[in-house]
Design a protein around this ligand. Structure first.
Ligand code: GLA
Length: 756
């Protein structure tokens, strides 16, 4: 059992702690006879013994599957919630059209084992020691435990079992799926491919796929394409999530959908290692989405008696367009994924001097910046890279996590005390999984890195990857972090990861075990994070990977916030942040105000513009306060105070994309509205005005039509024509004009419900 993969209570916690009660009294037969209608914000799982149909109803979604006559688990429905009285006939496998289309391929199976003739994407492919590679799974039994449905499948002759798990979130209708393989044969078997499950979409040929791509400093690019016969593969082979693709997808009906209308099926994988999601329209036009760890260079040897649990693959449905889909996902992340869910802590305003000082951090310099940061209302002061070992640049020091005695002669204590005395808490940068060859750690343990003996060790940013799958490396990393947190009053770690894998060898174990590194590494990463959080419950963590290279629902279970991109150009950020929020909540999206002209594009932007861009997420300041003028401090102080007034709405509210910055748009407008609909905040950005055209009128969304709201300019300009108070209907139907002209202009305003 030692290889039980991330089988933690927390892996399931995602859906386990919502407060809405679960309607357990539905498990009756036939289920149509039942009297209580599940309402929105409830979840129920019902089983009809006669037809062998399982029905999961949660929030506005129904998901229906059944066991067919050959005991396959078959998808019957996924979409908008149906009437509780609707019934489904006993499922039957699809007949093949011809001898070339076997029923194993044409039946929409929930979990496809490779055996008996399968040409579509399988969820599981195994090789037995005798060379047999055939696996045919049949339903054996099931359990329903609260919101969790588990179906137990077994191979037709061998003692190989697969448990399919489904868990429904009553608030959003998002389903968590995962699979656990158990080898009860007397010998090991090799798993060559394993996924968490397959999502079958309703029949249709008019689908459009959205997904996210990127690279360093250019993350979160939204892509759209029509789904056509064939397969699109989104993946990372990098050992971690990566920014080339992010493990998120959304599919809608091309042509009939917009931001707020139409059916959308969306999903995200909770896995921070190499991963793969394939979106396939097969030969009978079935669209299926299969996702899990990447099968490239993969093998997992499952010993007799062992089990392997896949990552969680989450998916949901929205009837309210892609905007509705991202709002559901945001709510799910806040309510079920993040640490302290369903009440994750609000993000404090932080300061970080990485851009102005680089590696040149020392006690005096940081203290002086801390004094200045405190004057504008910063709540957390973070020391970035450069405080440890022989770290004067990126060529040395990673791995030696002792405080640099020249830069901090008395340790970190004096600085931390100073930061506290200024009313802020203290955060520190670490990059625990890495080592520079020029470090004491590497000189002592050259065998601790991923490597193939006798082959070159490819460096990225002059560093190598520690092999966290090794027990001694895992222990070292945990211990240094634990000591750091024991010895210093640290409230926050910025956990960085600045390269991807190369030569992923693990020479310390037998060759047939080495490829387990893809799983065990991530398993150990999660367990370190989990244990640290348990021992230091007040410490918050940011996931950073040279920008947004490790953002996914797996790491987000352990990290309170993420760094979307090293690109802090406030104009570029509009696009980056827009893409980011398709999948992830602005509540975790760190956004710093940095210097102008920006290092990225040499673009000059006003301080107000930079603030308003960052205030759409979790505000941070990363500028050189030593060069600010008194006027800049005044502006910053005012805007930080304004941010604190709206941050709960921005970080916890519902996000509406009123005007998208995608496709070279001249404009960008977002609106966040508090859950109780009492406060809305809108941000508007103009690239450059032309030909006297006015800024487009802004039509708000999500307000209560009959409630009166007072409008207030946060910064920038409201058109003089606006009334001071009007109904929600007015702001939504008549709209608001902002007076933006020129280049790179920005404005923001709030609408606050007026109590009568
Ligand atoms: C990465 C991060 C930056 C900074 C540097 C430090 O690039 O994304 O914010 O922390 O590392 O080396």
């Amino acid at each position: 059992m030692s290889d039980l993969l991330f089988l933690r209570a927390e892996a399931i916690r995602g859906l386990g702690i919502c407060h809405v009660s679960f309607l357990m009294f539905f498990f009756l037969n036939p289920f149509v006879s039942q009297m209580v209608r599940a309402q929105s914000n409830d979840a129920s799982i019902r089983f009809d013994k006669e037809t062998k149909v399982f029905r999961i109803d949660a929030a506005d979604t129904s998901y229906v599957l059944g066991i067919n006559e050959v005991k396959q688990v078959q998808t019957l429905y996924w979409g908008k919630r149906l009437s509780m009285d609707d019934t489904f006939a006993a499922p039957h496998s699809a007949s093949g059209n011809s001898s070339f289309d076997l029923s194993t391929n044409t039946t929409p199976q929930e979990f496809v084992a490779w055996g008996g003739g399968v040409y579509i994407e399988p969820d599981l492919k195994v090789t037995f020691p005798d060379g047999n590679r055939d696996l045919v799974l049949q339903y054996q039994s099931h359990t329903i435990d609260g919101r969790l449905l588990t179906l137990r499948l077994k191979d037709i002759s061998r003692e190989v079992y697969v448990d399919l798990q489904y868990e429904a979130d009553p608030i959003t209708g998002v389903l968590r799926r995962s699979a656990q393989v158990e080898n009860k044969t007397a010998s090991p078997l090799n798993i060559g491919q394993i996924a968490s499950g397959t999502w079958n979409l309703p029949r249709g040929t008019d689908y459009r796929l959205r997904y996210l791509t990127g690279r360093w400093a250019g993350e979160w690019r939204l892509q759209e394409q029509r789904i056509q016969p064939g397969k699109t593969v989104l993946e990372s082979r990098r050992g971690s999530t990566g920014d080339q693709n992010n493990p998120w997808f959304a599919i809608d009906r091309d042509g009939s959908n917009d931001q707020d209308h139409g059916d959308v099926w969306f999903g995200a994988l909770g896995w921070s290692g190499s991963w793969r999601i394939s979106i396939e329209q097969d030969q009978v036009q079935q669209v299926r989405v299969t996702g899990g760890p990447n099968d490239f260079d993969f093998n997992y040897r499952l010993a007799a008696g062992e089990r392997l649990q896949t990552p969680n693959f989450y998916a949901g449905y929205s009837h309210d367009g892609i905007g509705g889909a991202s709002r559901l996902l945001h709510r799910f992340e806040l309510g079920s994924i993040l640490p302290n869910a369903p009440h994750p802590k609000l993000r404090p305003v932080l300061y970080n001097s990485w851009e102005p000082t680089g590696f040149n951090v020392d006690e005096a310099g940081q203290e002086s910046l801390a004094e200045k940061a405190a004057t504008i209302g910063v709540e957390r002061f973070v020391v970035d890279d450069g405080w440890f070992g022989q770290r004067s640049g990126d060529k040395a020091g990673l791995g030696d996590w002792n405080v640099n005695p020249v830069k901090f002669p008395h340790g970190l204590r004096p600085l931390i005390d100073k930061v506290h005395s200024l009313g802020m808490d203290f955060g520190l940068w670490v990059e625990p999984e890495m080592v520079n060859p020029n470090s004491d750690l590497y000189r002592k343990h050259p065998d601790w890195v991923l490597n193939f003996p006798g082959r070159p060790r490819t460096e990225g940013r002059n560093q190598l990857m520690l092999n966290l799958a090794r027990p001694d490396v895992r222990a070292y990393v945990f211990q240094f972090l634990d000591s750091l947190l024991n010895e210093n009053d640290i409230a926050f770690l910025k956990w960085d990861y600045n390269r991807n894998w190369s030569e992923p060898g693990w020479p310390a174990v037998a060759p047939e075990e080495q490829k387990k590194v893809y799983i065990t590494y991530v398993q150990n990463l999660y367990s370190i994070l989990e244990e640290l959080r348990r021992r230091h419950p007040h410490v918050e963590i940011e996931s950073c990977s040279g920008g947004g290279g490790r953002v996914d629902l797996g790491i987000m279970q352990y990290t309170d916030e993420v760094w979307p991109s090293d690109n802090t150009d406030a104009f570029d950020r509009l696009l980056i942040q827009d893409g980011f929020t398709y999948a992830y909540t602005p509540g975790v999206m760190m956004a710093w105000v940095t210097d102008s002209p920006t290092w990225v594009n040499q673009r000059t932007l006003s301080l107000e513009y930079r603030f308003l861009s960052s205030m759409q997420g979790s505000l941070g300041i990363g500028a050189d306060l030593n060069h600010w003028k008194p006027q800049d401090f005044e502006t910053a102080k005012k805007m930080v105070a304004q941010y604190k007034q709206i941050r709960e709405t921005v970080q916890r509210g519902s996000l509406y994309r009123l005007i998208s910055p995608q496709n070279g748009s001249e404009y960008s407008v977002t609106e966040s509205i508090a859950e109780d609909q009492k406060l809305a905040v809108a941000f508007a950005f103009l690239h450059s005005s032309q030909m006297l055209y006015p800024f487009p009128r802004i039509y708000l969304r999500g307000l209560k039509a009959d409630v009166t709201y007072r409008i207030k300019a946060l910064d920038g300009k409201l058109s003089t024509g606006s009334p001071a108070v009007a109904s929600g209907a007015f702001w939504m139907q008549h709209g608001v004009d902002v007076d933006l002209r020129g280049d790179f202009q920005a404005a923001a305003f709030t609408l606050e419900a007026v109590s009568k």
